[in-house]
Design a protein. Sequence first.
Length: 187
Amino acid sequence: MEHRFNLLFLSNMIEEKGVWTVVESAEILRRKALDFECHFVGGWSDMAEASFVSEIYRRNLQDVVFAHGPKFGSEKEPFWRNADVFVFPTFYRNECFPLVLLEAMQHRLACISTNEGGIPDIIDEGLTGYIIEKNDAPALAEKVEFLLSHPDVCREMGERGYEKYLSEYTLDRFENRLCEILTDLSN
């Protein structure tokens, strides 16, 4: 079987994290007869699993949208490994600096997210991924369709994201920056 373009959403299943935006974009992509699948990994929070599954069936997306529940540590690895792009269209009011985006970059994935909190400082627009408006399923679908149609661009974005992760977000880099700040404060 040929590889289907694989979208990954990994976060708690909270409406404000953009769950329905991803589902609506999957519906748009499905109407265009694109070959993809979308995997949701995360614990059920303000939505019940049964309601989510019911909505997926109502939209006739059961063969392209899959919910896997919460995964931790190494349980997440197969999802990261099989993903082509990470989607996180959050509008969560307390979103600050979502580490899941750094995790996606560490796994060499292009990222599509929103301009919430510190996300624009993580994603370099057009270089490591895309920033879309909140609650904009058509924009998400458009960016996914572009990356699906341009796999080299998708891989290049993932590689640039990985390079950014290595240069700015590793534990060593964090420790070095903290030492620099403390040294500056003591002078």
